[in-house]
Every structure is written in structure tokens, then in C-alpha cells.
Design a protein around this ligand. Structure first.
Ligand SMILES: NC(=O)c1ccc[n+]([C@@H]2O[C@H](COP(=O)([O-])OP(=O)(O)OC[C@H]3O[C@@H](n4cnc5c(N)ncnc54)[C@H](OP(=O)(O)O)[C@@H]3O)[C@@H](O)[C@H]2O)c1
Length: 220
């Protein structure tokens, strides 16, 4: 799959994280497909991307059609919706590479907390639910606010975890199409819980500093 011919489909791409990533990938030259439970929302999101990235190759479809049309599939729904969504889309996803950005967290009484996941992490849950697909965890620590600010570089590393070396390399290279981002090999899928939990820490830091913090790994 060469870059100029691939398309990236977003399940739940109408939220800030999906929109921000789609804007960046479209800016870098990939075709993007915004998926939604409602076609009108998908089309509206595609229009928003074109406003920010006039050169974008973008369309909006219902989630299932988006997944079928995409070469790579991104999951950008809230953790609470991931299980049911993947259950419905399992056949459409088949054996594709699936990139999970989902962070299991909850906001309660002003506090931001990690949710414990029986499978270990949201990404491992996705792999357990999609046995034919190759699931890769990535982009958990990128703030949607920074992603949508397309004219400016994103000052962050992206830790990529996967059990399949080739799929992991594809996603490291995809991450590096975002201006300012370095992709870091974070090892196997079992490390996703560590990466997902860093986002909970970053959100708590953001609360204290009124910031949009991110991470950089030093020494590599
Ligand atoms: N926001 C960030 O800065 C950030 C940073 C790092 C990681 N993440 C992770 O990225 C994911 C997306 O974040 P977000 O802030 O963009 O989320 P969001 O706005 O809450 O949700 C994204 C989209 O998911 C769909 N959705 C919502 N509830 C759903 C459900 N129960 N079942 C199926 N689809 C549902 C909606 O699309 P439709 O109604 O159009 O179907 C919604 O627009 C989350 O898992 C989050 O943890 C976010």
C-alpha cells in the first residue's frame, strides 16, 4: 500500500480527536474518510476538514461504509462506545490494520480518572474483539486541540504499540507525517495500558496548568 493510494477511515471521526488526526493526515497527502453513526454528521465533519485543509481528499460516510472503504481504520470513539461499535463493525473491518486511539477514562466530580479494563487496555480490548485484524495502539497522548491547529507543529512524540512489527512500522511512519511528531516504538500491545494512562496524567496536568501538555521521550 503506497501512501499516495491509501485512505484512512475514522470510526467516530466527527469528534475532536478524529477531526484533528484527519486534518493532519489530509494535510500530509493521505485520503481520509470520516465515519459517523449519522451520515449528515459525517458530511458536516468532511466540510470542516476542507475548510482547514482545502487540498484534502475527504468524504463522510456512515461508519460501516467508511471502514469498508478505508485501507487503514482508526478508532476515535469514547471508551464507553468502543465495545458495541466494534461488535457491529467486526465483519466490515475484517483483517485490516486498526489503529486504536481510545483512552479509558472518566470525569467524575471534577476528577479525571482511568477506568480499569478487563483485557488490560482499550487497545487490547479492541484486539480481543477483532481477532482477524491487526490492532495497533497510537496517538493516545496527542491533544485534539493541538492537532486541529494545523498551521502549527505538534510538539510531541507518539508512542506506538503493536505485536505485529510491519503494522507498527506503518503506523510509526504515519505518525511522522504529522509536522513535529516523532514516532516511538513502544513495544507490544500489552504496553498500551501504560500509554493510555499517560493521557490521564496529561489531562490532570492540563487542569493544574491550564495547558495542552504532551510527551517527549528523551535518550532515544
Ligand atoms: N480529545 C482529545 O484530545 C483526545 C486525546 C487523545 C485521545 N483521545 C481519545 O480519542 C477518542 C475520541 O476522542 P474525542 O474527544 O474525539 O471523543 P468524542 O468527541 O466524545 O467522540 C467522538 C465521536 O464518537 C462518536 N460516539 C460518541 N459516543 C459514541 C458511542 N457510545 N458509540 C459509538 N460512537 C460514539 C460520535 O460520533 P457520531 O455521533 O458522529 O457517530 C463522536 O463525535 C476517545 O476515546 C479519547 O479517549 C482524545
Amino acid at each position: 500500500m503506497t501512501r499516495n493510494h491509501r485512505s484512512i477511515a475514522f470510526i467516530g471521526g466527527t469528534g475532536p480527536e478524529g477531526l484533528g488526526l484527519a486534518m493532519r493526515f489530509a494535510h500530509a497527502g493521505d485520503a481520509v474518510i470520516i465515519g459517523s453513526r449519522r451520515i449528515e454528521r459525517a458530511k458536516e465533519a468532511a466540510r470542516k476538514i476542507l475548510e482547514q485543509v482545502p487540498t484534502a481528499t475527504v468524504r463522510g460516510l456512515e461508519n460501516e461504509a467508511a471502514v469498508r472503504a478505508g485501507d487503514l481504520v482508526m478508532i476515535t470513539v469514547p471508551y464507553g462506545g468502543q465495545r458495541d461499535t466494534l461488535e457491529q463493525l467486526r465483519d466490515a473491518i475484517g483483517d485490516k490494520i486498526v489503529i486504536d486511539t481510545v483512552v479509558p477514562l472518566e470525569f467524575e466530580k471534577g476528577k479525571i480518572r482511568a477506568i480499569s479494563v478487563a483485557e488490560g487496555s482499550a487497545t487490547e480490548q479492541a484486539q480481543a474483539m477483532l481477532p482477524d485484524a491487526t490492532v495497533v495502539g497510537a496517538f493516545h497522548n496527542l491533544s485534539a486541540h493541538d492537532l486541529m491547529d494545523v498551521p502549527n507543529e505538534v510538539q510531541s512524540d507518539v508512542v506506538v504499540v503493536a505485536d505485529d512489527a510491519e503494522a507498527k512500522q506503518t503506523v510509526i511512519e504515519l505518525a511522522q507525517t504529522i509536522d513535529g511528531v516523532r514516532g516511538i516504538d513502544g513495544g507490544g500491545l500489552q504496553n498500551s495500558r501504560l500509554v493510555e494512562n499517560i493521557t490521564v496524567l496529561l489531562l490532570n496536568i492540563n487542569k493544574v496548568y491550564k495547558s495542552h501538555s504532551s510527551i517527549k521521550i528523551v535518550g532515544v
